[in-house]
Write a protein that binds this ligand. Structure first.
Ligand SMILES: [Zn+2]
Ligand SMILES: [Zn+2]
Length: 154
């Protein structure tokens, strides 16, 4: 439970039942469990605790781990390529097991194939420029994938 806000009344830490700040609505109300004051809070009022981010040295993709009630160093499996890594609070210390190289290239190729196939079906309806924009948007949505959580191994 690593997302917290400080109560606007008593300034104690209120733990929210979401894992990431991005999962919160832009504006929400909280009733403080300590002083029972109900207040409006914004996304920016919340802070992530015990969340650490890394770039996997094997597949170069970003993931995060939740260190709530855990101690560094930890052994973590990359959620993308399944490499097993030893991490401290700032960086990857060791590579225990190398996972499969990233599949992102393959996914991108498949997505372009699907779009090209679609465009042939709509022959003439979509000009080349628009098609290019489509592919650009698809690529961007694939590249800007959400960060996944790395699994902490025992
Ligand atoms: Zn309070
Ligand atoms: Zn990886």
């Amino acid at each position: 439970m690593p997302v917290i806000v400080l109560c606007k009344n008593c300034e104690r830490k209120i733990i929210l039942r979401v894992k990431r700040v991005k999962d919160l609505p832009f504006v929400y109300t909280i009733t403080c469990p300590y002083c029972e004051m109900t207040e409006i809070y914004y996304k920016k009022d919340a802070k992530e605790q015990d969340i650490y981010r890394y770039t996997c040295p094997i597949c170069n993709r970003r993931f995060y781990i939740d260190m709530y009630k855990k101690k560094f160093p930890v052994k973590v499996e990359c959620p993308y390529c399944k490499s097993v890594l030893i991490l401290n609070n700032r960086e990857v210390l060791h590579i225990i097991k190398r996972g499969k190289p990233p599949e992102s290239l393959m996914i991108v190729t498949t997505a372009i194939g699907a779009i090209l196939g679609l465009s042939r079906g709509l022959s003439g309806a979509i000009g080349g420029g628009i098609l290019g924009a489509f592919i650009g948007a698809i690529l961007e949505s694939i590249i800007n994938q959400e960060e996944l959580e790395g699994k902490i191994l025992d």
